[in-house]
Write a protein that binds this ligand. Structure first.
Ligand SMILES: Cc1cc2nc3c(=O)[nH]c(=O)nc-3n(C[C@H](O)[C@H](O)[C@H](O)COP(=O)(O)OP(=O)(O)OC[C@H]3O[C@@H](n4cnc5c(N)ncnc54)[C@H](O)[C@@H]3O)c2cc1C
Ligand SMILES: NC(=O)c1ccc[n+]([C@@H]2O[C@H](COP(=O)([O-])OP(=O)(O)OC[C@H]3O[C@@H](n4cnc5c(N)ncnc54)[C@H](O)[C@@H]3O)[C@@H](O)[C@H]2O)c1
Length: 443
């Protein structure tokens, strides 16, 4: 049996769903998913992570106000916190599926396989379409070492019924930092093994070093220049062997050394779609080497950060292309936030770029700890670095180190996108005193 569609979307995460919804009014759309409807972000990524982080934030706020009106730091009750998270995530797949059906989008659960340039098979059925969108995301990299079967991933962490007493994370990127912060806040002994000396390599070193110090004070131990070689199970837990003399036995080890494109089983060769280790190769219209097939989101080989709003934007863009748009994709500013204690956020021109071109950029680094906004909540340290283009005096980049960095960076992103000047801001009233009422001081 062959079933015909205008567009078939493979993968029901933020990228694929954004494309499917944007096409559904004008096209016959099929979405194929082989695991959880909704994808990584709401099931095993951003959203559950930030549900757990809610308790961490509250605990941080309370601990900052000790002896300034509060006595006693609340303890995190892991099983209750996990139940709170599960109450949210358990509803995601069915809710996503119901939304697709309500939008008249056909859905199939199963493993799709390209069997030609314009068709796939799922179980015994063949589906043909004028266009396809590959939106299959990424999956954690598992280091190929002795004892790799003992390594768990972020997915396992976000579903832990009981918090292990001793935990090691391999890698010092987004996933390791955010999950280590949650685990340490909830009372675990936490170790981060990093093969070099760099944490959060995308972010400026001054801020990441400060974060390392803050996390160390909360009980996270960093083991720099340390490569995991083997994991063995014994009576007391998992023993880690590394390239150093480190002797470490823990109750759980999590691989957080990056993610890779999820392409297994798709048989891309049959459709003439090329991919490298970095993901599916696309042009500036997100078109693959088969011009009828597009790719969006984390699965794409691209320079932009792999984040939910980026995947959604790409999904909406490809839908517009399929409905007639001709312009190449240009990305807006993309704010990035690491949700630790505190958060680090950045947007626009990178600090290292500005430092290398002093005639082009002016850098203003401000310790804002004593500003009213940050002093009121007793932030131990808060910093805002702003980068201006010399020729226009426009704000073109920012880095924020604070427990409210997520909000400040969003405001700064809007100011930068809209090219708002200090004079224009002075005509605006924002509620006072709030993080928004500081904005003029950043310009
Ligand atoms: C722990 C963690 C925390 C994160 N936190 C944040 C955050 O705070 N903010 C942020 O912006 N981003 C965050 N991210 C990244 C974010 O989750 C991704 O950028 C986003 O989910 C990408 O969307 P996507 O649609 O490209 O892929 P995905 O969400 O991964 O969706 C892909 C879908 O395709 C399905 N699929 C895969 N292979 C096949 C196949 N062969 N056939 C059919 N279906 C298939 C998958 O099951 C999945 O449902 C986080 C990621 C992780 C792992
Ligand atoms: N807050 C957020 O927006 C958020 C949170 C989590 C994840 N994410 C997304 O998910 C992506 C993946 O996160 P991640 O932390 O897994 O990857 P990452 O690329 O951020 O970090 C990988 C870490 O592993 C280390 N590493 C690399 N190769 C290694 C090896 N062979 N052995 C040991 N360590 C090694 C790297 O040096 C780095 O520290 C992020 O880049 C981001 O796009 C975003």
């Amino acid at each position: 049996m062959v079933t015909e569609f205008d567009t078939i979307v493979i993968g029901a995460g933020p990228g694929g769903l954004a494309a499917a919804y944007a096409l559904a009014q004008q096209q016959r759309v099929l979405v194929v998913e082989n695991d959880l409807w909704g994808g990584t972000c709401p099931n095993r990524g951003c959203d559950p992570k930030k549900m757990l982080y809610s308790a961490v934030e509250t605990r941080d706020q309370a601990s900052h106000l000790q002896h300034d009106g509060l006595s006693g730091i609340p303890e995190i009750n892991w099983p209750e916190l996990m139940a709170f998270k599960n109450a949210y995530t358990n509803k995601v797949p069915a809710g996503t599926l119901a939304g697709l059906k309500a939008a008249n989008i056909t859905t199939v659960h199963g493993q799709p396989r390209f069997i030609g340039a314009d068709q796939i098979s799922v179980a015994a059925t063949t589906y043909r379409a004028a266009n396809f969108i590959i939106a299959t995301g990424q999956t954690p990299v598992i280091p190929q070492i002795e004892g790799q079967q003992y390594l768990q991933t972020s997915t396992d962490f976000l579903a832990l019924p009981k918090l292990p007493a001793r935990i090691a994370f391999i890698g010092a990127g987004y996933v390791a930092l955010e999950l280590a912060n949650i685990a340490a806040s909830a009372g675990a002994e936490v170790h981060i093994l990093q093969h070099n000396q760099r944490l959060l390599r995308d972010f400026p070193e001054t801020d990441t070093r400060l974060l390392a110090t803050a996390l160390t004070a909360q009980g996270v131990t960093f083991h720099w220049d340390t490569e995991l070689r083997a994991v063995t199970e014994n009576a007391t837990g998992y023993s880690l062997t590394t390239n150093t003399s480190l002797q470490l036995t823990v109750d759980a080890v999590f691989a957080a050394s990056g993610r890779q494109a999820q392409l297994a089983g798709l048989n891309l060769a049959a459709a003439g779609v090329e991919a490298t280790a970095k993901g599916v190769t696309v042009n500036d219209h997100l078109q693959t080497t088969n011009t009828r097939i597009y790719a969006v989101g984390d699965v794409v080989a691209k320079a932009q950060p792999k984040l939910t709003p980026v995947a959604s934007l790409e999904g909406r863009y490809v839908a517009q292309v399929l409905l007639g748009k001709r312009e190449a994709l240009t990305y807006p500013l993309i704010p990035q936030v690491v949700y630790a204690s505190p958060q680090i956020a950045q947007v626009g021109v990178k600090l290292v770029t500005a430092q290398q071109a002093p005639t082009q950029y002016e850098i203003r680094e401000q310790d804002v700890t004593q500003w009213y906004t940050f002093n009121r909540i007793k932030e131990p340290t808060a910093r805002v670095t702003t980068i201006f283009e010399q020729a226009t005096h426009r704000l073109v980049g920012a880095i924020v180190y604070s427990s409210i960095a997520e909000e400040v960076i969003n405001y700064l992103t809007i100011l930068m996108t809209q090219h708002v000047t200090k004079a224009q801001l002075s005509q605006q009233i924002t509620a006072y005193p709030t993080p928004a009422s500081d904005l003029a001081y950043y310009l």
